[in-house]
Design a protein. Sequence first.
Lengths: 165, 102
Amino acid sequence: MNEVVFYILAAIIVIAGLLVVSLRNIVHSALFMVLAFIGVAGIYVMLGADFLASVQILVYAGAIAIFMVFGIMLTQRGNMQQTNLFSKQAGVTGVVSLGLFGLIVFLTSKTDWIKSTESINKDTIPTIADAMMSTYVVPFEVAALLLTVAMIGAIIIAKGVNKSQ
Amino acid sequence: MIGLNHFLILAGALFCIGMFGALSKRNAIAILMGIELMLNSVNINLVAFSRFVTPKVLTGQIFAIFVIVVAAAEVAVGLALIFAIYRNRVSVNVEDFDWLKW
């Protein structure tokens, strides 16, 4: 049962990813990217990371994908049919990507990972909350600062400079 | 039995697909989509290692939350840059951005 679910989710993720990078219509690519994100959220649930799955759907499928669709809407004009073509070095890139994938498969199957036999942590939210507020409080605050700076910076860059000044 | 290797190979496949998309597409927004796929694959790796190596301490999941935060900030700034370039050049085709070419 576990294996069937994993292979279905893996097929969804890999096929959606391949369609994202190979379709010619960029709006279709964005929609398949949302499917890939939802598949990844399913993998997180399989790994026992339920809070992270909710965050993934909220942030990635709910905000970043919408952001991409808005970007497409504001920067493409006319017909959306041929908006996502390959560049001239697509063949070499494909060979390099396949080579890297082969290397990853070979190396991960050769390494014997030190696995633990403890049972998984079932209450993830209290554990994450405790760790965020005690051990990782500095990265937490820095992440908040990063988000504020990114928001202000994105607004200024997208607004542009008034040429008369 | 689904072990650690299954999740690592899935994350490796998603990373290679994202890398192929980021390096071989002409549209700048499609390159950002490839980068997002790569970041998702890294998150799968982190959560898989957290589940199989240290199941009680959820360090991998916390790291993955921070990766999601950074990815969101990067998409915001990246799209703002694309809007700024589009305002000047009326194109998001990266083959048209050739000011720095010799």
